[in-house]
Design a protein around this ligand. Structure first.
Ligand SMILES: NC(=O)c1ccc[n+]([C@@H]2O[C@H](COP(=O)([O-])OP(=O)(O)OC[C@H]3O[C@@H](n4cnc5c(N)ncnc54)[C@H](OP(=O)(O)O)[C@@H]3O)[C@@H](O)[C@H]2O)c1
Length: 250
């Protein structure tokens, strides 16, 4: 398929996981991508795999300085973008008593201010017919221990789906979101858990998933590409759950 021929997507956090899978599929579907990530190395490695239809920018979604510079950086590669997938982020999970201001600010800066100001800064490059997709989480639907700050941050992003949709309707920009369930990515890599502890955590989660398996990043990418495509031309202000039903099946 060539659904995205002559289209450009900006994918924040495109060096790994769902962002990378979305970048790969967008390119396979005829488009060009610009990805972001926090380090030269991760961006460089991802670009090597993505090939010549991809460009990359080192930009931290938790840094206002980087966010305010992002449009200038994007303009080095394109004058307009058709799809913006606000995806960058990671999880850190602590009991309420162990949450300090640094943890709170780290997650809110990256997960709330990050997507907000990314979209704000990209709006001048987005024309009628373009589309924004926010990445929320099943954590907005299911209460999990140690997720208080992460879930609150993702709930804020969930609210952006509606508020941005209402403001951007006049400009012909569609705004939607995807809510991933438990997906096989590096999401636990910034938690401070070691490989064995991560494996144990995943082991504990799997029986709670209706399909008894984690989702693949490509299964999220499929949903993002659908929302970005003409096939979703009448979908606006919606959040698509891609979670094997875990948020509704008990
Ligand atoms: N995996 C899940 O089960 C799950 C479920 C629901 C929602 N989510 C959300 O899905 C999104 C993508 O995560 P993932 O699961 O695909 O994890 P991942 O494999 O760790 O990928 C995260 C991506 O975001 C980038 N990133 C992380 N922090 C960043 C920052 N401050 N600035 C710019 N880029 C940053 C990483 O790149 P660098 O390392 O190069 O910076 C990487 O490309 C996140 O928003 C996460 O909260 C994940």
């Amino acid at each position: 398929m060539q659904r995205f021929k002559n289209k450009t997507a900006l994918i924040t956090g495109g060096t790994n996981g769902m962002g990378f899978a979305t970048a790969q599929q967008f390119i396979n579907d005829g488009g060009k991508v610009i990805i972001t990530g926090r380090s030269e190395e991760s961006v460089h490695n991802a670009l090597k795999k993505l090939g010549e239809q991809a460009s990359g920018i080192v930009s931290d979604a938790g840094s206002m300085k980087n966010l305010m510079n992002l449009r200038l950086e994007v303009r080095k590669y394109t004058e307009s973008i058709d799809v913006l997938f606000a995806n960058a982020g990671y999880g850190k999970f602590f009991p309420i008593e162990n949450v300090d201001e640094n943890h709170f600010d780290e997650l809110f800066n990256m997960l709330v201010k990050g997507p907000f100001f990314t979209v704000q800064q990209m709006l001048p490059l987005m024309r009628k017919g373009s589309s924004v997709i926010f990445n929320t989480s099943v954590a907005t639907e299911i209460a999990m221990p140690n997720f208080s700050v992460y879930s609150a941050a993702k709930s804020a992003v969930q609210s952006f789906i509606k508020t941005f949709a209402v403001e951007l309707t006049e400009r012909g920009i569609r705004v939607n979101g995807i809510s991933p369930g438990h997906i096989k990515t590096n999401i636990f890599n910034n938690t401070g858990l070691n490989a064995e502890q991560i494996e144990d955590a995943v082991h504990g989660i799997i029986p709670t998933i209706p399909f008894k398996r984690q989702g693949e990043p490509t299964e999220i990418a499929n949903a993002v590409l659908f929302l970005a495509s003409e096939e979703a031309s009448y979908i606006h202000g919606a959040e698509l759950k891609v979670d094997a039903g875990i948020s509704v099946i008990r």
